[in-house]
Design a protein around this ligand. Structure first.
Ligand code: PEP
Length: 252
């Protein structure tokens, strides 16, 4: 069984100005001052802050990620940002297929798969998001939806080194509601089984599986303790260094 180092990643969404550098500095200071955390730590700020954050975090334990990238090579695509540009700005990873992008921009599994491939080509880790909506959950379709998104969104060339999968039930994002630990365990077990069946033991057992959706310092210990949960993708609670550090406490 590969040794999976947990990852706690913060998704700042469309939040943050240059002054928010102070929160990043506070997080770096908290990580240096506290007991060592047995996990990787990452912040995904909006595009405008990626380069500044990457410079500020250089030499610290905090890695910087993008929140999305184009599937296309640089060229005539107004408003888009290529994966190579994120890498050039100092990012080491990029989130793709977040449910807000699937909904706001009608992103499909096929499109997310293409973005993940662009990320690999740029040398970035792709953090690929999957998760069911509330109606799908109510209809008992969670495992079918999640494994279907996994099959479609994760490229055939995924490895433990280039891919992280985040299970984010859409109804749990920003709502303060979370699935039970048992429900998370069932979904993560199904994702793990699907990855092992498709990629074999090494990649299938090596790809990290994050849980995301209303993770807070108060529930992080329980959620991070679930089998096959290898860390968290955190939205709202990643904006304040003290809260985010309180989540990282789950690995101290
Ligand atoms: C997210 O959007 O990735 C997320 C997990 O948000 P929150 O933690 O605010 O629910």
């Amino acid at each position: 069984m590969p040794d999976r180092r947990p990852l706690v990643a913060g998704n700042w969404k469309m939040n943050g100005l240059r002054a928010s550098n102070a929160e990043l500095e506070a997080l770096i200071a908290a990580l240096k001052a506290g007991a060592p955390a047995a996990c990787d730590v990452m912040i995904a700020p909006p595009f405008t802050l990626v380069m500044g954050f990457a410079a500020a975090a250089d030499g610290s334990p905090v890695e910087i990620a993008g929140q999305d990238c184009s599937a296309l090579a640089p060229g005539a695509h107004t408003g888009d940002v290529a994966a190579t540009m994120l890498a050039d700005a100092g990012a080491s990873a990029v989130i793709v297929g977040h449910s807000e992008r699937r909904e706001d921009h009608r992103e499909t599994d096929e499109g997310v798969n293409a973005k993940a491939l662009a990320a690999y080509d740029a040398g970035l880790v792709a953090i690929i998001c999957v998760g069911e909506t509330e109606p799908e959950r109510d209809r008992g379709e969670t495992l079918e939806i999640v494994t279907g998104q996994l099959a479609g969104s994760v490229p055939d060339t995924a490895t433990a080194a280039n891919t992280v999968v985040a299970y984010e039930p859409v109804w749990a994002i920003g709502t303060g509601r979370t699935p039970t630990a048992d429900d998370v365990a069932k979904v993560h077990a199904a994702m793990r089984a699907a990855l092992v069946a498709r990629f074999g033991d090494e990649a299938g057992n090596g790809i990290r599986l994050l849980y995301g959706g209303s993770v807070k310092p108060a529930n992080a210990g329980e959620l991070m303790g679930v089998a096959d949960v290898d860390g968290a993708l955190v939205g709202g609670a990643s904006l304040k260094a003290a809260d985010f550090d309180g989540i990282i406490d789950a690995y101290r």
